[in-house]
Design a protein around this ligand. Structure first.
Ligand SMILES: [Mn+2]
Length: 424
């Protein structure tokens, strides 16, 4: 009776540029730069070691058009390793690597089959009794449900549907080729190899509906272990489904309370301890890329806000202290609060109290808000898209969102912190 294993991956985004690395040198930066290739190289090694019978890529193998032929050559070289091990691969193109997005092409090795873009296509592995159905994206914004046009399941075979889909707009991903879970479950297939949603999830069992998640986290919104799925099928039933972790850089969000710290050196000590602890707990021998958020109430809130560049350098120094490829600090966010809260300050009968009352009134002054909208709104529109999309700074975020009352509140917090810090 047939028993076989296969590997399902998606969203490799090969050679995608990683943000926030400009100007960074050293082995950690180099590791992050090459992470999508290294992870794919790892995965292909695991496919061979696990003696998988075949390999599925469910879309977004490429991040977009290749910068040059090196991206395609890298992929062909990896598929050559599978060919040597007699493992066929099935590639479906998604929104990022839709036919219209890629202008350069290379002939694929014989063991690699790509699903057609004009209509759904079926590949059969007769010896295993497996049929794979898939429909690649012709252009990036597929708005139709592709599932109804997928072929009927082939009797007495293990039917796999390969599909790149936003399903119903899961996890904030663009809802390309939308469909419902019911559409998939009721199709009569045994396994749906999905791609597009970067968060790993098993949405249904028997039939299995699976997003393996992306292969390598690329920014702070993609934290934790990343990889593919290894599926075991016995007598036409999925009997096992395990993650294969292939990532070489692991992203982590490190939240550090500096409650009660009243010296910068104490804050830096806490940062060092937290980075060390996160590396030993979460990195699993990989490079840990982390964003640090410092929070809590502290006397030195104003000082911390004013010394963000120094804090980032100290955090990076602490990371380097663990070894050159142990950790890399992407950013330090200062989200602390002053010990003196606005309400207490407002009640004071001195100049500081006056300032608080004035700022408090300002956030409710309709004419002022209108004026700010006219002046700042116009400036914000001129900001490049990336700056608007990646804004982390609370004041800038408020400005971008047109939340001028929030902007005044944020700015007053900052001003008050600076003034009270100077007075100490
Ligand atoms: Mn996608």
């Amino acid at each position: 009776m047939t028993s076989f294993r296969f590997v399902h991956t998606a969203d490799i985004h090969l050679d995608s540029p990683l943000k926030g690395l400009a100007g960074h040198e050293g082995r950690a930066a180099e590791r992050i730069r090459t992470a999508t290739r290294e992870a794919f190289d790892n995965l292909v090694g695991q496919v061979i070691d696990e003696e998988a019978s075949f390999f599925i890529i469910a879309g977004d193998l490429y991040d977009g058009d290749w910068r040059d032929y090196q991206t395609g050559l890298f992929f062909v070289r990896q598929m050559g390793r599978l060919a040597k091990a007699h493992i066929p691969a099935f590639v479906l193109y998604g929104n990022h690597d839709a036919e219209s997005q890629i202008t350069r092409r290379l002939a694929l090795p014989e063991n690699v089959k790509a699903f057609a873009t004009r209509r759904p296509e079926t590949f059969e592995l007769k010896q295993l009794g497996v049929a794979l159905h898939g429909h690649s994206f012709r252009q990036r914004d597929i708005a139709d449900n592709l599932v109804p046009a997928y072929p009927e399941p082939i009797a007495k075979m293990f039917n796999i549907g390969v599909l790149h889909t936003g399903l119903g707009g899961m996890g904030g991903h663009a809802n390309y080729a939308p469909c419902t879970l019911d559409d998939l479950v009721n199709k009569g297939y045994d396994y749906w190899a999905l791609g597009h949603v970067h968060q790993r999830s098993i949405l249904h069992e028997r039939p299995h509906v699976v997003f393996p998640g992306n292969l390598q986290g690329r920014h702070i919104r993609e934290t934790g272990p990343k990889g593919a799925s290894l599926i075991t099928v016995d007598e036409g039933e999925v009997t096992d489904l395990v993650p294969l972790h292939a990532d070489v850089v692991r992203w982590a969000f490190v939240s550090i309370s500096v409650d009660g710290c009243d010296r910068t050196v104490d804050v830096i000590d806490r940062v060092r301890d937290a980075v060390e602890e996160t590396v030993s707990r979460d990195a699993d021998g990989r490079l840990l890329a982390c964003r640090i958020e410092i929070n809590g109430r502290t006397e030195i809130h104003g000082q911390l806000l004013a010394s963000r560049e120094h804090l980032l350098a100290e955090a990076r120094a602490a990371a380097l202290g663990l070894g050159e490829e142990a950790a890399w600090v992407e950013r330090v966010v200062v989200a602390t609060e002053p010990v003196l809260d606005p309400a207490t300050l407002r009640a004071r009968e001195d100049a500081l109290g006056d300032l608080q009352r004035m700022l408090g009134d300002a956030s409710e002054d309709a004419a002022l808000l209108e004026q700010l909208n006219a002046d700042i709104g116009e400036l914000v529109h001129k900001l490049p898209y990336e700056v608007r999309a990646d804004a982390e700074d609370a004041v800038l975020k408020a400005a971008i969102n047109g939340d001028y009352a929030g902007l005044i509140r944020e700015a007053s917090g900052y001003l008050t912190a600076r003034i009270t810090a100077e007075g100490q």
